[in-house]
Write a protein that binds this ligand. Structure first.
Ligand code: PHE
Ligand code: NA
Length: 446
């Protein structure tokens, strides 16, 4: 790899690629249930604040490093550290990122497998005429069926690793770019439909009327972790994309566009899902099953519901597919950098992620009572610790590297904003983002 890496053909292509990584389960599955578990609007306020104060500046930091290095993450970090006369050990940050995405992909694949199951059920009209209780019971039964879940997990991971191994990610991205607007459209329709239901008012109040007494250090940490997760930040995954960023593109503008699209999808999903929750008298803190139980209920009430539901899960699957490719890429690139062929690297990553993913699968049946740490079972651990601790720690180090370690010329050229824009960005990262992440991590862990 060297400075002649190919670039994305247009500015739009770069934004769409980053959006492909960002928009996924984090918006449609995780955002609603995490918000439901953490008190609604107060959590939403924190999360949006973190997107603005941390997400945007740190996203610029992460992409900027890739853009300045024009290499795979580990190599970029080592190269830029060398230029600045700093320790080459900064490369290890790339390794830490690879470990983080390893953990995340192991459960991401399992939950994407749930979408496969729901897609198949929806196509077969399996939700038609079923009431809320029946749909919830069906989901519970599915969670207990470890064989089916393992099969879907295997299938999804296989889909991901074949694309990564074949290097056809670009083709998939094009398809994704074509179909993503449809996902937005469906979510808008769904939110529009939600506005006609009885629970709509309660859903809006739940999402937008904050009760600040719900905020604790732990809630703040959940919100920060979610901001990193949903923006795909802190694991050097976006750094990898930064290496392909066109020369004359504004980084702040690109980051802003991605953040707006990402938060928009989450809000639409939240409005749709909480309207169902309050119409049906369900518990907003229902947990990871929230989206899977509410959306089939909502669609069942619509004309052509089974068709729309199938289309929805198909689009969701496509969105999670592009995210999981972005999750797998840094690991495969790292192994390739250690001398493995691309195919072998993809196989090694695929098999190891698959094995660890099985522990998540079994967390709903055989291993439900196995609580290795903090009283959480494996699935709860792997959906919490990497997202809420590893990503923020990674993001913190990325921010330190970009704003304190890298040579000023390199950083400023890669940010591409000129003198005053650079000063503002650097000031925000140095004096707001870095201390904020550190403070929230310390407070949350105590
Ligand atoms: N941002 C993705 C989502 O919201 C998840 C992700 C996290 C992707 C970290 C890449 C890196 O679903
Ligand atoms: Na996201």
């Amino acid at each position: 790899m060297n400075a002649t890496l190919e670039r994305w053909s247009t500015r739009r292509a770069f934004i769409l690629a980053v959006t492909g990584a960002a928009v996924g389960l984090g918006n449609i599955w995780r955002f609603p249930y995490i918000t439901g578990e953490n008190g609604g609007a107060a959590f939403l306020v924190l999360y949006v604040a973190f997107v603005l104060l941390l997400g945007l500046p740190v996203m610029m930091a992460e992409i900027l490093i890739g853009r300045a290095g024009r290499r795979a993450p580990m190599q970029s970090l080592g190269y830029l550290a060398g230029l600045a006369g700093a320790s080459r050990h900064w490369r290890l940050l790339g390794l830490f990122g690879a470990f983080t995405v390893f953990c995340i992909l192991s459960f991401y694949s399992v939950v994407s497998g749930w979408s496969i199951e729901f897609l198949i059920t929806a196509v077969n009209g399996g939700f038609a005429g079923r009431g809320a209780d029946e749909i919830a019971a069906g989901f519970e039964a599915f969670l207990g069926d470890s064989r089916r879940m393992a099969f879907n997990h295997t299938l999804f991971l296989f889909m991901t690793m074949t694309v990564v191994a074949g290097g056809v990610a670009k083709g998939l991205e094009r398809l994704n770019n074509l179909l993503m607007p449809l996902l937005y459209l469906l979510l808008v329709l769904l939110a529009g439909y939600a506005a006609t239901t009885d629970g709509f008012g309660a859903a809006l109040a739940w999402l937008f009327k904050p009760d600040f007494s719900a905020i604790t250090p732990l809630v703040i940490m959940h919100a920060m972790g979610h901001a990193f997760f949903t923006l795909a930040l802190g694991a050097c995954a976006l750094m990898a994309y930064g290496a392909y960023m066109p020369e004359h593109q504004s980084l702040p503008r690109a980051a802003g566009a991605v953040a707006v699209l990402d938060v928009g999808v989450a809000l639409l999903a939240g409005i749709a899902i909480f309207s169902v929750v309050f119409t049906q008298g369900m518990d907003p803190g229902e947990g990871p099953g929230l989206m899977f139980v509410t959306l089939p209920i909502a669609f069942a009430e619509l004309p052509w519901g089974a068709l729309w539901l199938s289309v929805f899960f198909l689009l969701l699957l496509l969105a999670t597919w592009t995210s999981s490719i972005n999750l797998a890429e840094p690991m495969v690139a790292t192994l390739q950098g250690m001398g493995l062929s691309r195919g072998k690297a993809a196989a090694v990553v695929g098999v190891s992620v698959w094995l660890v993913g099985l522990l998540s699968v079994l967390s709903f049946s055989a291993l439900a009572e196995w609580r290795p740490l903090f009283g959480m079972n494996f699935f709860d651990l792997v959906t919490t610790i990497p997202t809420e601790i590893f990503l923020p720690v990674g993001g913190l180090l990325i921010a330190v590297f970009a704003a304190w370690i890298m040579s000023r010329q390199e950083a400023q050229a890669a940010l591409g904003t000129g003198e005053s824009g650079f000063r503002v960005w650097q000031g925000v990262v140095r004096w707001i983002s870095i201390p904020l992440v550190a403070a929230v991590l310390v407070a949350g862990l105590l």
